[in-house]
Design a protein around this ligand. Structure first.
Ligand code: PHE
Length: 331
C-alpha cells in the first residue's frame, strides 16, 4: 500500500472511531491511544518516512503533519461537543420538574354504592349484616320458605337449576332460613346479595340482579314496625318528601304480604321496589321457632330499582355492561 493510500485508510478509521465515541462504544482514551499514542496509527505512518527515498521525504512529511493536525483538530472538536451536551444518554434523561401524569381512579359501582348506603342506614337502627350462598338447595330457596313442591308459587320466580335439588338462588330470602337454622331469636339482620332469574331481558329485567333482604324476629313485632322501618329507610334514602305506597300482595313466606311502590317522576308511574310482610308461621316451624312465641317481619328490596330511581337511570342493562362512560359518572 502506498503512503497516500495508508493516509486515506487512517482517515477513514478515524472517522468511524469518532462515531463510536459519539455513540458511547469507545472512550476518548481509547481513541487517543489508538491514533495519537506513541505506538498509535499516526506514529506508525511517521515511522514509514525512513523507508522513503530522500527526495520524497519532505513532501511526505508535510502530508503526515497535515494529517496529524487535522485529526487532532477533529478530535478536540468532538471532545468539546461531548462535554457541552449532558453526559447522560438522552433516554435516561428525566425532567423532574414536569407535572405528573394523573392516575386514573376507579369508581364504586352504583349498585355497590347503593347497597353500601342501605347497609349504613339499617345498621344505625340495629340491623346486623349477613351473607349467604348464591348456589343453594331447594330447601333453603323454596321448601322452608313455605313453597310446597309443585306449588304454582314457584313459577313466580323463573329459576336457573344447577340440578334437580340445587338452584341459583332466586332471592336473598334463602339467607333468612340459614340464619334462623343457626341462631335462636331474637334477631335483626340485613342480607345483601346477588340473585338470579331466568327472565326475558328488558329495560327493567335482567337475569342477574341484587336484593337487600331484611329479617326482624322478636316477641312483639307487628306490621306497624315493618311499615315504620320501611318508611324510615325510604326517607333516609330518598328524602323526607318521598312518595310511597303500600299495596297488598302475596308471598308464600309472609302473611300478610305487601309490596311498596315509589313514585317515579321520570316515567310518571309507580315503581315497585320492595316485597315484604309478616313472617309466615310455617316458616318459623320449618326452622324450629315456636310461632306462638315469635313474630317477625321480612322484606326484600330490589337494589337495581332503588339505584335507578336514585340516579335517574332508565335501563337496568347499563349496570351490567361495564361501560366506563357510564361508570365514570358515579364519582
Ligand atoms: N323474596 C321476595 C322476592 O324476591 C321479596 C320478599 C322478601 C318478600 C321478604 C317478602 C319478604 O320477590
Amino acid at each position: 500500500m502506498s503512503l497516500d493510500q495508508q493516509i486515506e485508510a487512517v482517515r477513514e478509521q478515524f472517522r468511524t472511531s469518532l462515531d463510536s465515541l459519539l455513540n458511547d462504544s469507545k472512550s476518548v482514551e481509547d481513541i487517543r491511544i489508538e491514533f495519537f499514542g506513541r505506538k498509535g496509527k499516526i506514529a506508525g505512518l511517521f515511522a514509514r518516512l525512513k523507508e522513503l527515498p530522500a527526495s520524497e521525504k519532505p513532501s511526505a512529511g508535510k502530508l503526515l503533519n497535515e494529517l496529524r493536525n487535522n485529526l487532532q483538530q477533529q478530535f478536540d472538536q468532538t471532545q468539546e461537543k461531548l462535554e457541552s451536551t449532558t453526559s447522560k444518554p438522552a433516554e435516561d434523561y428525566f425532567d423532574y420538574t414536569l407535572p405528573g401524569v394523573p392516575v386514573k381512579r376507579g369508581t364504586v359501582h352504583p349498585i355497590q354504592a347503593t347497597m353500601d348506603e342501605m347497609k349504613d342506614i339499617f345498621q344505625t337502627i340495629g340491623f346486623n349484616v349477613a351473607y349467604g350462598p348464591e348456589i343453594d338447595d331447594d330447601r333453603h330457596n323454596f321448601e322452608a320458605l313455605n313453597f310446597p313442591p309443585h306449588h304454582p308459587a314457584r313459577d313466580m320466580q323463573d329459576t336457573f337449576f344447577v340440578d334437580k335439588q340445587t338452584v341459583l338462588r332466586t332471592h336473598t330470602s334463602n339467607v333468612q332460613i340459614h340464619l334462623m337454622e343457626n341462631q335462636r331469636p331474637p334477631l335483626r339482620y340485613l342480607m345483601p346479595g346477588k340473585v338470579y332469574r331466568n327472565e326475558a331481558i328488558s329495560f327493567k329485567h335482567y337475569c342477574l340482579f341484587h336484593q337487600v333482604e331484611g329479617l326482624y324476629v322478636d316477641k312483639n313485632v307487628s306490621f306497624v314496625d315493618l311499615k315504620g322501618t320501611v318508611y324510615y329507610f325510604l326517607q333516609k334514602m330518598f328524602g323526607k318528601d318521598v312518595k310511597a305506597r303500600f299495596r297488598p300482595s302475596f308471598f308464600p313466606f309472609t302473611e300478610p304480604s305487601a309490596e311498596v311502590d315509589i313514585w317515579n317522576e321520570q316515567r310518571n308511574q309507580w315503581m315497585e321496589i320492595v316485597g315484604c310482610g309478616m313472617v309466615d308461621p310455617n316458616v318459623f316451624e320449618s326452622v324450629g321457632y315456636d310461632p306462638a312465641v315469635w313474630h317477625g317481619f321480612a322484606f326484600g328490596f330490589g337494589v337495581e330499582r332503588i339505584a335507578m330511581l336514585k340516579y335517574k337511570i332508565d335501563d337496568i342493562r347499563l349496570f351490567y355492561q361495564s361501560d366506563v362512560r357510564f361508570l365514570e359518572q358515579f364519582k
